[in-house]
Structure formats: C-alpha cells, structure tokens
Write a protein that binds this ligand. Structure first.
Ligand code: SF4
Length: 373
C-alpha cells in the first residue's frame, strides 16, 4: 500500500524530472512554508516543498554559521552543490530571520528568480489585509513572469480545489492514525506526507485515494502501547521516525509545521485572492512562526494531546530553530501544569546516526508506562 510513496522519495530528483517532463511545467521550490502551492499551480508551475535534506554541510558553511538551523543550511547546500538544478525559481516566506536572510543570500548567489511573500506581524485583520494586498500582487506577477502564463480566476479555482482536496485526504489519514493507534506505522505515515512535497497534486491525490481505500480495513495492534504526540518544525529525519515503530510506541498525532500545521489548512478561498492568501497563511493550526493574537498554542497543544488520548508529548527540536525554541519553555510549563508528560529530543537533519535518540525516546516511553520490555 505504501510502496508508491516510498518510490516517490527514493530518488527525489528522478521523481521531479519525470513529472516535470510529463507536465511541461517549470519547477518552483517553496522554502519551506506556508506559501499556498495552489498559486504556483494556477500560474502553470509545478510546486515542490523543501523542508531540508539529510546532506553533509560543506559548501553552505561559508555562508551560514553552524548555529543556523539545518533546514536552511541543507537546502542551501543542495543548491550550491548543483543538486537542485531542476528548480527554476524559488518562493520564500518570511517565517523567521533565518529564512529572510537565506532569501537575500539566494538573490546574491544564484541566477534564479527569487520571490518572497512577507508575512505581516499585525494585530488586526485589516492590517494583514492591507499589507498582503500589495504583497499578493507582486507575488502573482513574479510567478507569471517565471511561468509565462497568467493566473485566470478559473485556473485559480481549479488549483484551489485540487490542493484543498489533497489536504482533506491527508486529514483523513490523520484521523485514521488517531482513531486506530499503531494501525499505520509511524515511518509509513511520514513517507506518505513527505511524498506530497514532491509529487504533482493530481498524481498525489490519486495515490492518497487508493491508500485510504486500502486502509479502511486495517486493524490496530491489540493491547495498549504508549501513545505520543510529536511537536516541532519538521518530522525529518525519517530514520528517526522509524524508532517509534521499533520501540513499540504509537504516534497518534503531530504538530509539525511540515505535517499537521500545513495539512490543517482549509481550501484556499478564491473569490478575493488577497483574503484567500491571508486565510491560508493565518488559518489552520497555530504556529510558532505566525503571529496570530487570536490563537493560543498552549490551549491548542493541551487539547491535541487530550483529543488524541495520548500519554505524552515529544518536542522534536531541529537545531537551532529559534521560533520553536522561544515557544518551548512556556509550552513545557503548561503541559506540566496539566499533568501531561513531555520531553525533548534534538535533531540535526544531517545526523549520521539516530541511535542516541532511541535511548531517550525509550526512557520516556518507559516513564509514561505501557512499554513492553
Ligand atoms: S526550522 Fe526554524 S529557523 Fe529554520 S527555517 Fe524553519 S522556522 Fe526558520
């Protein structure tokens, strides 16, 4: 059931090349979130999402210091090594200082169109709307210049429908994982989500539909194993996600920016594109990178753990993501206050061995109980 998703990420360049040639669309890289991919698609592009890579950092060292996050360092490394040659243009959002600096580095270092969507930090909807009105126009013109095609209302509606449908299928997969703990292996689950970063929306949607049909009859393992929620920016490295399956713990939900925070976004509203972009960026689950006075991450995370029937939460910290680190002390304090056990593991996307994480996760699962040893 999961083989097509594993195949899609086994050789990512080959996957992208094959579909680019089939579709005849220019490949546009999204670095890394929360730019609506439907805008790229409606402009005739082929959006791919870059959430970092497990490469050794060598060339990027010259421009990004070791205490920059490994998401930024690894994507820069890919471009500097010539391993991102298929990507014709990049779109950046302004999620954090690192990404803003990275965008300017790309402009200086590479001869590719670099577009930027700055996400406003304002207290009011009106403020967001005013700011995004100008930003949206610039970004649409930039996309049209890259693809050579204009964005018609019909194309935008069709693309919004396709991407909205895919996210609703992904939410169905999340529901199954929550309701049948252990029925879907943690590594398989994340491979499915990751394949969506690189497959075209039509192909990915078809694969998801087939998968969900096959999963209807899955039975969860018998017995009660430790149930966990994971929280962080990215779920990589996948080898580390496999540890939960090997240890015998069930991940029942997550709060990853590359996972639920993106999957939870509703269909892009298209009647008013500016309003649509605002709703997309500020909608869905709260994020440490998006200032939204109306959304409280503390209440949200507590509810997520309770709704999933989880026994504890693991913060999956990609070194050295500042927004994630800034939120964590208060979140930990709140979880403790609520009697929810929580721990943190530190990861680097280029880490060669994940064995050190095994001990920590295992110890945490033993502490919260239910681990068969
Ligand atoms: S992981 Fe954190 S620091 Fe790195 S690009 Fe994402 S938000 Fe910025």
């Amino acid at each position: 059931m999961f083989a097509p998703f594993y195949a899609a990420i086994a050789d990512i360049s080959a996957t992208i090349r094959r579909h680019r040639d089939r579709l005849g669309r220019p490949v546009i890289g999204v670095l890394p979130a929360y730019f609506p991919p439907e805008l790229i698609h409606a402009a005739g592009g082929y959006p791919v999402q870059l959430w970092g890579a497990g490469v050794a950092i060598d060339h990027a060292e010259a421009y990004l210091q070791p205490y920059c996050c490994s998401v930024a360092r690894s994507v820069l490394e890919l471009e500097m090594r010539g391993r991102a040659a298929l990507i014709q243009a990049y779109v950046f959002t302004s999620l954090c200082d690192t990404l803003i600096n990275l965008r300017e580095l790309y402009r200086r270092l590479f001869d590719k169109p670099i577009l930027g969507l700055s996400i406003p930090v304002t207290q009011t909807e009106q403020g967001r709307h005013t700011f995004l009105a100008g930003a949206a126009e610039t970004i649409m013109k930039g996309l049209e210049a890259v693809t050579g095609r204009s964005v018609s209302p019909e194309n935008l509606r069709a693309s919004a429908g396709q991407f909205g449908r895919v996210r609703s299928l992904q939410r169905e997969l999340y529901r199954l994982r929550r309701e049948r703990p252990g029925g879907i292996k943690n590594a398989d689950f994340h491979v499915v989500i990751k394949a969506g970063f690189f497959l075209p929306v039509d192909e990915y949607g078809r694969l998801l539909e087939n998968l969900l049909t096959g999963l209807v009859s899955i039975d969860p393992p018998t017995g009660r194993r430790p149930r966990l929620v994971l929280s962080g920016m990215v779920f990589e490295p996948l080898d580390a996600q496999r540890l939960f399956d090997e240890i015998g713990a069930d991940v029942v939900d997550d709060d990853f920016a590359s996972g639920w925070r993106t999957v939870s976004k509703a269909s892009l509203p298209v009647d008013d594109p500016v309003e649509g972009i605002a709703e997309y960026v500020f909608g869905g689950a709260p994020c440490c990178c998006i200032h939204h006075p109306g959304k409280d991450r503390h209440d949200y995370l507590v509810k997520k753990v309770r709704d999933a029937g989880a026994d504890g939460l693991v913060f999956w910290y990609v070194k050295f993501c500042e927004p994630d680190a800034f939120d964590r002390p208060q979140l930990l304090a709140r979880l403790k206050q609520e009697g929810i056990p929580a721990t943190m593991v530190e990861i680097d996307l280029s880490m060669k061995s994940v064995e050190s994480l095994r001990t920590r996760i295992q110890a945490f699962c033993e502490m919260i109980g239910g681990l068969e040893i």
